[in-house]
Design a protein around this ligand. Structure first.
Ligand code: FE2
Length: 207
């Protein structure tokens, strides 16, 4: 049986820069800015390889100012002191041909119920790896709003030796979605909510 990979080991395998998640994300952003040139490359890849589903690869979004490297490995971000509406987020990490990606890093960070990030510790921050069928499952809360943004969850996804995808997930039916500068309907969670719990599904498609 193989020993579990730690996040640090994973990044050492999976990225050129490698010292920390922050550096990895920085290099990713420099590679994925929306230039005409990158659009051209995307179209060429689409012509060669059928996209997964109809939407193509999951679009990237900025990490923002609140990313903290080396988050704890855990699938539940709920702990004493975290209050709010529970949210179960599940899904898969897929490649462009819809094949599930096992052992993919899924690193999440978000605001608390009041719209605040924990910038001194790791509340509402955590990473996990997909299982053999590419699945992840996260227990968290619905994030609160903070000035200037609509409700969202930050996620970084990476398969070993592949580029890091940094993106943000959005909630359907939010009044502010249409006017949020980073909103994209492709990044909407599929929600199945009842009176007692919120369940959401999102599949990441890596380029
Ligand atoms: Fe944010």
């Amino acid at each position: 049986m193989q020993p579990l990979q730690t996040r640090r080991q994973f990044l050492q395998i999976g990225s050129l820069t490698i010292a920390s998640g922050a550096i990895a994300i920085g290099s990713h952003q420099s590679l994925t800015q929306g230039t005409d040139e990158s659009s051209l490359v995307t179209h060429q890849l689409l012509a060669l390889t059928p996209a997964c589903g109809t939407g193509g690869p999951t679009p990237s979004r900025t990490a923002g100012p609140f990313y903290t490297p080396n988050s704890p490995k855990r699938s539940s971000l709920i702990e004493p002191g975290i209050n709010g509406t529970k949210l179960i987020l599940t899904g898969k990490v897929l490649n462009r041909t819809c094949q599930p990606m096992a052992r993919a890093l899924v690193d999440v960070w978000q605001a608390d119920q009041a719209g605040n990030y924990d910038n001194s510790g790791y509340k509402l921050r955590g990473h996990q790896f997909t299982d053999s069928q590419g699945r992840y499952r996260l227990e968290t809360i619905v994030p609160g709003l903070y000035p200037g943004r609509v409700r969202h969850i930050h996620v970084a996804v990476q398969v070993a030796n592949q580029p890091l995808l940094t993106t943000q997930l959005f909630f359907p039916g939010e009044a502010g979605n249409a006017s949020d500068g980073l909103f994209n309907p492709v990044l909407l969670l599929r929600m199945n909510s009842t009176r007692t719990k919120n369940q959401a599904v999102f599949n990441f498609v890596l380029a």
